[in-house]
Structures are given as structure tokens and as C-alpha cells.
Design a binder for this molecule. Sequence first.
Ligand SMILES: C=C(O[C@@H]1C=C(C(=O)O)C=C[C@H]1O)C(=O)O
Length: 342
Amino acid sequence: MTQVNPAVGLGLPSSTFMNPADVTDAVLGGNVLGVVNYTTEPTDPGIENGALTIGLHMAHTADEAFAEVWITDRPVETGVVREVAYAHDGEYLIVAGRIPQAGRYTEATRAAYCTALELMDGLGYKNCFRMWNFVADINGDNADGLEVYRDFCRGRAEAFELFHFGDQEVPSATGIGALGGGISFYFLVSRSAAPTSVENSKQVSAYHYPQQYGPRPPKFARATYLAETHTDRSGGQIYVSGTASIRGHETLHEGDLVKQVELSLDNIAHLISRDNLAAHEIERRTGLSDLDNIKVYVRHREDIPVVRRMCSEYFSPAARTAYLNVDVCRSGLLVEIEGIVP
Ligand SMILES: C=C(O[C@@H]1C=C(C(=O)O)C=C[C@H]1O)C(=O)O
């Protein structure tokens, strides 16, 4: 079994990747906020053994499947409201939802996001610091000929607007293809830990992308820096959004895998560099070798060996790293990378 991260109890969240077969109550000892299964079929969010669970259809075979387990050392309270499940421990909240496969997604996305945002407010968790979205047929057309990803982005933007969620407040996120299951999502939210949104000076903020990418821009920050308190902003974690071969707002190196991987890595390296963080009043010097809990999304299965070889030159051999063969939000993108600097 993978060891439970020693950061537990220090006040910042902690997660690990596990072999799904090892995720038993006996092994975990009940210290679990949520289990996110990256697996071979979608399952609705729910509560099992006192923790939140959701199944994302992100693996083609059982070999590729893994479980991302969010750990806690505090008692957990759980519930389900209008098919959105939640679990919280007094400091951290995980919320998860699934929108069934449909011809259009704007309204259902808005409704499900609103349920999740209402829950956060009602339970007293104000600081959303990370969101993940898994979209089946992400580059396909919806019933009106609008790309499914763009349809999703519109619903998300409308929900944020209803909740007066300003662009500077949106957290880091991933919006990535899934093999089935409509649209699934999960959010992490804190009660007192303090998030700061970080942008990348080499990229246009996603929420300012021009209309050529869809009726409403994707609302997310390039990273979130999470410190234990607002007053002491040292020693925080960095949640890096899904990052691809985009400069300014343009997709670069269409059709060139190696160059796309290089630019994605360069975007992350710059995002978490001392200079870029200093522009957000964050004093930290980090690099690619500090990343952990890495997910690498690769559009074409046959590209995985090359991507893996390139990534392994930069990432720590000790970093948990998962490679998933799924589509990416723009049809010209071949690869996307996310991770956490603990
Ligand atoms: C790759 C990009 O966007 C992707 C889509 C996201 C979303 O819609 O939430 C977030 C990060 C990436 O997964 C990008 O625009 O640079």
C-alpha cells in the first residue's frame, strides 16, 4: 500500500494515489475524506464507509485505474443533496457531482454547480481552491452543434455569475476528456486555509480568452496557492491546473507532440517559478521536480511512452504520476499536465 502522507494534521490537505484494491476501510483506518476512483466506469457520487466516493471513467483497462484518496485525521460528516455528495471534516470539504450524458449541458451544469456552491456556502466553507471536471465526448458537438466543452463552460460561467464569483476568485481547475459518464466533477474547499489565485505571465488568463474559443470563457485560475492562514502565507501548497501547449491564448505546435510536451512543462515551470509567484506576493521558489500527485493526460495512446520519457527527465522519481489516455479540451492539444507542489 502507498504510505499515507505525513502532512496529515499540519493543517493543509493531503492526498495519495493508491491501487484501488488497497482502498479498504481496514487499510485506511477510517481517516478518509474522499476517494476519487479514476477507473473503467463512471459511478455516481455517494457516501461509502463514512467517506465520499465517485467513479470517473478515465481508464481503458483495470491496469490503468487508480484511486486518489483525500486523507484526514478529523471526524468526517457526509451527505447528499440533489445528487451532489459531500464530506467535510471541519476544515476541508469535498463536493462531487455527475451530470448524466445528454444532448445539451449548459443548464444541467449550471444547476449542478449551483447545488455545489450552495452547499459550500451553507456548510460554511468559503474558500474553493481546486476544481476538477471530466467531460465525456469533450470535443464532440452537442445537439445544437456547439462543442461539448464550450457548452459545459457556458453552464459553469453562468453558475459563477449567479453566485457573484468574480474572475479573481475562481480556483485552479482541470477540464478534461472522459471515456463516458456525461460530466463528473469534484471540488475542494477550505474553511480557514487561505487560497490565492495565481496566473501565468506567459498565458492569457483563461477567463479572458476571446470569443473564438466559445460563447463563455473557461473560468479557472492557472494555479491556487493555499496557505494555512491569511496572516502567515509561507509554506503553502501550489495546486497547478491542467496545463497545455498554449501561449497567450493560442494553441501552439499543433501535431508536434514533443514540442507540446516541452511547452506544457515550460508553462508549469514558469507558473511556479520564483518570479511568477512573487508577482502574486508569494515567496516560494519551486520547480518541476517539486511537483507531486501529477496527472498527465495524453490524447493518443501510442504517444504515452514518449510523454512518459520526457516527463521523467523533469519530475522526481518519487512523485506519484498517473498517465491517462483521454481527449483534451481543444482538439489541437495532444497532452495536458497537472500536479500539486506540497
Ligand atoms: C488546458 C487548458 O484548459 C483546461 C480546461 C480547464 C477548465 O475548463 O476547467 C482547466 C484547465 C485545463 O484542464 C487551457 O485553457 O490552458
